[in-house]
Design a protein around this ligand. Sequence first.
Ligand SMILES: C[S@@+](CC[C@H](N)C(=O)[O-])C[C@H]1O[C@@H](n2cnc3c(N)ncnc32)[C@H](O)[C@@H]1O
Length: 330
Amino acid sequence: MDERNTLATSPQAPFREGGNTGGRRENLLRTGLREASEEHPSTYVVQDRSNQDELARLRLQDQMTTSSMGGVLPEQPDPMLFRRVLDVGCGTGGWLIEAARTFPTMHLLVGVDVSRTFVEDARAQARAAQVSDRVEFHVMDALRMLEFPAGFFDLVNLRAGMSWLRTWDWRKLLQEVRRVTRVGGTVRVTEFEVVPQSTSPALTRLCTLFVQALYHAGHLFAPESSGITCQLAALLARHGFEQIQTRVFTPISRAGTPEGQGLMETIRLGGHTFAPFLEKWTRLPADYEALCQQALTEMQQPAFVATGRLLTTWGSKSGAPEDDPQWRDR
Ligand SMILES: C[S@@+](CC[C@H](N)C(=O)[O-])C[C@H]1O[C@@H](n2cnc3c(N)ncnc32)[C@H](O)[C@@H]1O
């Protein structure tokens, strides 16, 4: 086993510092990171995380999201400022690994996810990409606490949190995110509108079903496609972040293009993996399987086009520089 993973799974593990703390090593992870052999129960929309379809879907969605936005931090004016980066709910780790590749100035990148399966996959991918000297992944339930010291990170990223955060979870999570961010550091949240504008009526029907399920399960603030994106700026403002900004991305997928193929594959895989969630929170139509098939057929029509809408909202942690814990000595 990789030495770094062995360290990370020990409750006494020193959290490796990538940089300039005068050679001091902090035992930052005092309490957690015990990686149980079982998956923890979670509020994520897919319960069966050992499912290979879900692993494939997550990897694909991760790549498609990053490429459709034009990179990992396309809206940030000066990503070189971010030396320690945390990705919450990192899934299979693609965003963090790409960030490490793109920005050698980032010297410590940490991903946390409640799923051991995804974390193990992310570690394997980091090794394959030869960035595991700077990139770490840990099993952690972010709804409990973020097991890092106050003021540690320059940037905290959260993408597609709507898939596991209920409306009432944001308060505690953002308090924790704020605590682990340094004064002046950045929090960055990216969410998508659930129903793309498209030429496929079956795709619209499927995605509308998903809106209903997400809303009934408490993941959306309103029973609408924009039921999460409409609240992001207000959420950050309410939880101690300032200079809040927003950027909209509108990825286009057409039949016969890599984007169109990717979208079709995520719908094919998601049709299976989301079915139990839809069944639990909506009245699943009797023709659900036929509906999935119909969407795939319509997406192969030469004239097929879908326009998505993603929103990235970011802000900086307010406070005086002297509020930063002394141990940071940067
Ligand atoms: C839709 S995926 C997004 C993955 C990644 N952020 C991306 O954009 O590609 C949501 C991830 O959140 C993770 N998750 C769910 N509940 C969590 C929790 N309580 N704490 C940490 N991660 C969680 C899931 O296991 C899943 O990997």
